[in-house]
Design a protein around this ligand. Structure first.
Ligand code: ZN
Length: 223
């Protein structure tokens, strides 16, 4: 693939989706930078995981302190005394891990970081397909925010959402097509209980991740 002669900033958590986006961006852009938001996650392991992957891939990485988010919306991912929902997101109810407006804030801060580095392209792993009730992860919102950011900073940002219409199996397929399925499987952290790789196996994040992987591997076999 011929690379775009511009740089990109990837919103990066160290999880499956954003790591796949990081590889997607590395295949396309001249230089890639990553930004991670530290908002007092239940597991510092998530930040450590993001740092390890960025260092391993030689990607410049900035960790932004977003502890403010914890004051705004205490919830199960940031407060040890509130248990994480064990239910699978059904698209109707909002899981208790939700921080109102979180993605909007992350993308806005990412845009500020990007512009200070002269970067127009921002890549985020948000997705509508496994919709978990986050309105600011929808395509229409991302497009709307893109316009707003351009107006706010008088800059021609381009927000990229390579996973927007992919289900979890197809996201594994994308990692595989980039030659990185094993890396993503072994090195990323998605589990709400802070266990990297295949995780704890029973939290909602692990369940979705495993179902997607099994579906992808089954579809690959049948081809
Ligand atoms: Zn888990």
């Amino acid at each position: 693939m011929e690379k775009i002669g511009e740089d990109a900033l990837v919103v990066f958590s160290g999880g499956q989706d954003s790591t796949t986006c990081l590889f997607w961006a590395l295949a396309r852009f001249r230089k890639v930078m990553a930004v991670t938001f530290d908002y007092g996650q239940r597991h510092k392991a998530e930040i450590d995981c993001a740092r390890r992957i960025a260092a391993d891939l030689g990607v410049e990485h900035q960790v932004l302190d977003m502890a403010l988010l914890n004051q705004l919306a205490p919830n199960s991912l940031t407060r040890m005394d509130i248990p994480v929902d064990e239910a699978i997101p059904d698209g109707k109810s909002t899981p208790n891990s939700y921080v109102e407006g979180r993605n909007m804030l992350f993308l806005t801060f990412a845009a500020i970081v990007a512009k200070t580095h002269g970067i127009r392209h921002i890549v985020t792993g948000v997705c509508e397909t496994d919709f978990s009730g986050y309105p600011d992860c929808r395509d229409v919102f991302v497009k709307s925010l893109n316009v707003t950011l351009n107006l706010a900073m008088d800059y021609q940002f381009v927000l990229h959402t390579p996973l927007m219409w992919l289900d979890k199996a197809q996201t594994w397929g994308l990692a595989d097509s980039l030659g990185r399925l094993d890396y993503v499987r072994r090195r990323t952290l998605t589990c709400y209980n802070g266990i990297p790789g295949d995780g704890c196996g029973h939290c909602p994040a692990c369940t979705l991740r495993r179902q997607g992987l099994n579906n992808y591997l089954a579809s690959r076999k049948s081809c």
